[in-house]
Design a protein around this ligand. Structure first.
Ligand SMILES: [Zn+2]
Length: 722
């Protein structure tokens, strides 16, 4: 049997998302050819991919991978079972002409955009919704919003019609009264039922009873009915409030039938919500009609609204509780409508993470409408709080404002950073966002002085040096080497560089000896010679995982060198370290390890040589005149305009005159000229001269700049670079 083209695409998407390896995909496709089973079935059976990661991918990577005439049954059931979509939504996605028309009608896209998408579709064969997303004409959210919005509206129109007909037919309303109410509806677009009850023409209870009688749905008096509060907690509060429903009680199953869940509802025609509840709870749903007011009262009774102040104290006290009993905190929407409350919520989220010693904060939109907040502590993610969907955009916007990101851009991944002073400590935070079907996902990574993880700026890189390093990092392939002796801060630089890469969109794997620091969100492998897991063997295994970025702790043998260079040549971004004195020395060392000059020239993006130097103690810093022979060692002339500083020694610095350290750097970008030289086996001094001529600043120059800025001394610089 031939593999169907759509499944090849699904496989490719899974492979590109890093969820399966190219080899696994090939194997699965071969098996599919033999057996004719569905690709998803094969992948899950072979344990190449778990159901959970498949669901994660459907949620975050490719929203609603549908719009095909004959959807894969396994995938379709998965989508429906997990509540990611409903039958109705799927049907509408498949009916492309309707979808296109409505997107234009509702002003999500312009007519010409639809035409462009149609042209593109003819080339790619992708479904319309995916084409529109690919062309960035719509966000995934727009599509789902449109589908939900439509269902919501059609329900109201029908209900209004129904209300009118029933009331007139049963003689509870005259035709004139109905006409009057319809006129008001035209002006205010409020539901007809609400208009009638507010104008006192009919009571809400009588209206609900009349509707129920007609639709064969029983009425429930929530004031008197026996409600089991446990049932209410089966679903998130925000979901109950948004859809105006309340589970009243659960009734056990009989004769093998699923248990029943009695639910008070206000909108009797909202069948989709009932379907969703059935899927979420696994219960048979029995609707009972009630009035909106009674439902609100009951909800407030079961979920008392918390004030901003109470919220914070609840949050604080929850931090002191043992993990196992820590409650999930629900935030009431009303408290967060104003800016001040959002600001204090975001601040308390960050402070809470710092107190909990968390390395990062994850804000993840969930299927069940809420924004889940998790802290990563010691490598493990812990649920901390749930924020209602309505507040989600405000919280995300607040963080984006702090991080100087574009708050209007919600369709593309963004990076930013925040520096925040909490107590006496200054914290540097990296922010990454990722658009998903359910809204923006956001991760805050917290770095501080005590940790190995630092922002690149904190390493001592000056703005020009910083932009060179950032350029290296943003080159998606090729080799970036950090060189220097033991203790020169190479590992910290590597970790900080990896940390600058968007942790949400890239698959990053490291192999280290040993793993010096647990990096959140990154797979780290430790070298173990006893089981023959060497750098080279580990690197080969990692390459089969098809990562975007990999880090090899150190290149110290020819085998590792050759595998690393090959990886960099085949489209991977590779970071590693070497023991060399300066940046051009890296090329000599690689040649010495047996790598052909041509391969070095083709694979190398740049080299960063570095040293750590001590900085002058700020408490005893003073101006002084260094000895002329010291100046001469750095090729400096005596110049009375330049001020030199040192620390004369005090109690704070244990009379050393120094406190803290910073980095000095020599950053060599491999330009076309340098590539040419390297490929033709030019000498190290030739390479160095050309690099300097093209603007490379040496370790010495970097040290001199730090001397002249009063950050360090001549003696210290000489100690480190000579
Ligand atoms: Zn001092």
């Amino acid at each position: 049997m031939l593999k169907s083209p759509k499944e090849v695409k699904l496989g490719e998407i899974l492979r590109d998302a890093g969820l399966i390896s190219p080899v696994q995909l090939t194997k699965a496709l071969q098996e599919q050819k033999k057996t004719g089973s569905s690709l998803i079935e094969i992948l899950t059976k072979k344990r190449y991919i778990s159901k959970q990661s498949l669901v994660d991918m459907l949620t975050y990577e490719i929203p609603l991978p549908f719009g095909i005439k004959d959807p894969d049954k396994v995938l379709k059931n998965l989508l429906l079972d997990t509540g990611l979509t409903t039958e109705e939504e799927l049907q509408q996605l498949i009916d492309e002409s309707e979808l296109g028309k409505r997107l234009v009608q509702e002003k999500y896209i312009k007519k010409f955009q639809l035409e462009l998408a149609r042209q593109d579709q003819q080339k790619t064969g992708h479904p319309l919704w995916r084409t529109l997303i690919n062309l960035r004409f719509v966000a995934p959210d727009d599509i789902t919003a449109l589908l939900k919005d439509h269902m919501y509206r059609s329900q109201y129109t029908d209900l209004d019609q129904l209300v009118g007909e029933i009331l007139v037919n049963t003689g509870q309303l005259t035709v004139d009264q109905l006409q009057h109410a319809r006129d008001t509806h035209q002006k205010t677009s409020q539901p007809l039922g609400k208009i009638l009850t507010e104008e006192g023409i009919i009571s809400a209870t009588r209206l609900a009873k009349a509707l129920g009688e007609y639709l064969n749905i029983k009425f429930v008096d929530l004031g008197r009915a026996a409600c089991d509060e446990k049932a209410a907690f089966l679903l998130p509060e925000s979901y109950l409030r948004e859809h105006k429903i309340l589970p009243i009680r659960q009734e056990p199953h009989e004769n093998g039938k699923p248990p029943s869940l009695l639910i008070a509802i206000v909108s009797p025609l909202d069948v989709a919500v009932r379907d969703n509840i059935r899927m979420m709870t696994g219960c048979n749903v029995v609707p009972l009609l009630t009035t909106e007011k009674a439902l609100q009262n009951k909800l407030d009774q079961i979920f008392p609204p918390q004030t901003g102040h109470e919220l914070l104290s609840l949050y604080e006290s929850s931090q002191r509780m043992p993990e196992s009993v820590r409650p999930m905190i629900r935030v009431d929407v009303g408290d967060l409508q104003d800016d001040g409350a959002t600001v204090s919520l975001v601040t308390s989220l960050i402070e809470g993470a710092i107190h909990a010693n968390a390395t990062d904060i994850h804000l993840e939109p969930q299927i069940h409408e809420e924004l889940r907040v998790r802290y990563r502590v010691d490598g493990m993610l812990h649920d901390i709080m749930k924020i209602p969907k309505h507040v989600h955009p405000m919280v995300i916007s607040r963080i984006k404002v702090l991080a100087d990101m574009d708050i209007t851009e919600r369709r593309q991944a963004q990076d930013g950073h925040i520096t925040m002073k909490i107590g006496n400590m200054e914290y540097y935070m990296r922010i990454g966002t990722l658009p998903t079907k359910l809204g923006e996902r956001l991760v805050i990574r917290i770095l501080n002085e005590d940790r190995v993880l630092k922002g690149l700026k904190q390493l001592g890189l000056e703005s020009q040096e910083l932009s060179l390093v950032e350029k290296f990092i943003s080159t998606p392939y090729g080799m970036i080497l950090v060189t220097g002796p033991v203790g020169s801060g190479k590992t910290t630089t590597l970790y900080s560089a990896l940390n600058e890469i968007n942790m949400l969109t890239k698959n990053i794997i490291t192999i280290e000896d040993p793993v010096e620091y647990q990096l959140p969100g990154i797979s780290q492998v430790e070298v173990d010679e006893k089981i023959d897991l060497t750098f080279a063997a580990g690197l080969r295994a990692i390459l089969r995982q098809d990562p975007n970025t990999l880090m090899v702790g150190e290149i110290r043998d020819s085998e590792t060198a050759s595998v690393a260079v090959r990886a960099a040549l085949t489209g991977q971004q590779l970071f590693s370290t070497l023991h060399t004195q300066d940046a051009p020395g890296a090329i000599t060392t690689l040649t010495y390890l047996g790598v052909q000059p041509f391969w070095i020239a083709s694979s190398l993006t740049g080299v960063i040589a570095q040293r750590l130097i001590r900085t002058i103690c700020p408490h005893c810093k003073e101006r002084y005149q260094p000895a002329p022979q010291l100046l001469r060692l750095l090729n400096l002339e005596h110049d009375s305009h330049i001020e030199y500083y040192h620390g004369k020694g005090c109690d704070t610095c244990f009379h050393s005159g120094y406190s803290g350290r910073t980095g000095i750097f020599e950053i060599m970008t491999i330009t076309d000229d340098l590539r040419e030289l390297v490929a033709h086996n030019a000498s190290e001094s030739q390479i160095k001269d050309t690099a300097i001529r093209q603007g490379m600043s040496t370790l010495k120059m970097s040290g001199i700049r730090k001397i002249q800025r009063g950050e360090t001394t001549i003696e210290e610089t000489l100690r480190v670079i000579l």
